[in-house]
Design a protein around this ligand. Structure first.
Ligand SMILES: C[S@@+](CC[C@H](N)C(=O)[O-])C[C@H]1O[C@@H](n2cnc3c(N)ncnc32)[C@H](O)[C@@H]1O
Length: 305
């Protein structure tokens, strides 16, 4: 007697069902050394099916169409070459903002949200007009997160990479923040003057010699100019800290992102420029990640010892 499955007729044996495709993708990613193969395979399958982020995938078991199967295989292949899921999808969520990322922009890290949280937590009146400067803006993540939270603020995102600036400007437009943000090509602060209430900066801070030893997702796919901090990892800070001292308003607040173990040295560079470390905050892993700076109290802005 012919058998039927309890839940209804089975699809033909040559069709790949969603769950089977997921398991196959997961196994390929695991073999390639990917850290979270199941979660990544799910995200890539959702993308192959054309689902929007967060849309449920398994509303019922079904077979993939040949086109979906080809798309999924191609995405899995890219991830097997250790391209991060965020780069494959071209998107990253940062501070609840949906950002587009491109090969020219750093993939924003959750660690960098420490800067946003620190700055927003120290501004008492979020409705007060503020001038915000983001040095090395990349995708615009830091600037746009702060502008989104401060409705009367206006800001500039600066980068030397014009392709990154174009991506940041597109993100500002998509988030409805283009009217309060401008994007400027400059070698650090060279193109700017003024008194900025808030300065944000996540500079390149990896030692040149350490880049090759980073995870393939970082070493192969992040723009080199967003990582390379020179032989001791501190070259950008030596240039940025004097710019912060020059551009920060007398009562302004600057937030610099730090690499692991850099806090004391960068705080010393800041003191040499007449800045005062106000706080140093850890990221979720407990690494000193955000150095908050103001002008030394009782000193004229711009005066040197
Ligand atoms: C670590 S990434 C930070 C990107 C983004 N702000 C973030 O937090 O994800 C450093 C950024 O600084 C930019 N940059 C490096 N050297 C620069 C320079 N001399 N002048 C301006 N921007 C520079 C890079 O192009 C890159 O976008």
């Amino acid at each position: 007697m012919p058998q039927t499955a309890p839940d209804g007729p089975r699809p033909p044996a040559d069709k790949t069902l969603l769950e089977a495709a997921l398991r196959r993708g997961q196994a390929r990613l695991r073999d390639a050394g990917v850290e979270a193969p199941r979660g990544d395979a799910r995200l890539l399958l959702a993308a192959a099916l054309g689902l929007r982020s967060g849309e449920p995938m398994m509303a019922g078991e079904r077979a993939l169409t040949p086109a979906e199967r080809r798309r999924f295989d191609a995405l899995i292949e890219r991830r097997c070459c250790r391209e991060p899921v965020s780069r494959i999808l071209g998107r990253r969520e940062f501070w609840s903002l949906d950002l587009a990322i491109t090969p020219a922009t750093l993939d924003p890290r959750p660690d960098s949200e420490t800067l946003v949280e620190a700055v927003l937590g120290r501004i008492e009146d979020h409705d007060r007009p503020q001038w915000v400067l983001d040095l090395g803006t990349g995708s615009g993540n830091l600037l746009l997160a702060v502008l989104a939270a401060l409705p009367a603020a206006w800001g500039v995102g600066l980068d030397r990479d014009t392709a990154a600036l174009a991506a940041a400007a597109r993100n500002a437009g998509r988030l409805g923040l283009a009217g309060r943000g401008a994007f400027v090509a400059s070698d650090w602060g060279a193109a700017l003057a003024g008194n900025w209430d808030v300065i944000l900066c996540n500079p390149p801070y990896v030692r040149t010699g350490d880049i090759g030893g980073l995870a393939p997702e970082v070493a192969r796919f992040e723009p080199r100019g967003a990582l390379d901090g020179g032989s001791d990892g501190l070259e950008a800070y030596r240039r940025v800290v004097p710019e912060v001292a020059r551009l920060l308003a007398p009562d302004g607040l600057a937030a610099l992102e730090l690499g692991a173990g850099q806090a004391a040295t960068v705080a010393g560079l800041a003191r040499d420029q007449g800045l005062e470390p106000r706080d140093c905050l850890p990221d979720l892993a407990g690494i000193q990640r955000c150095l908050l700076l103001g002008h030394q109290r009782g000193r004229q802005k711009g005066s040197r010892r």
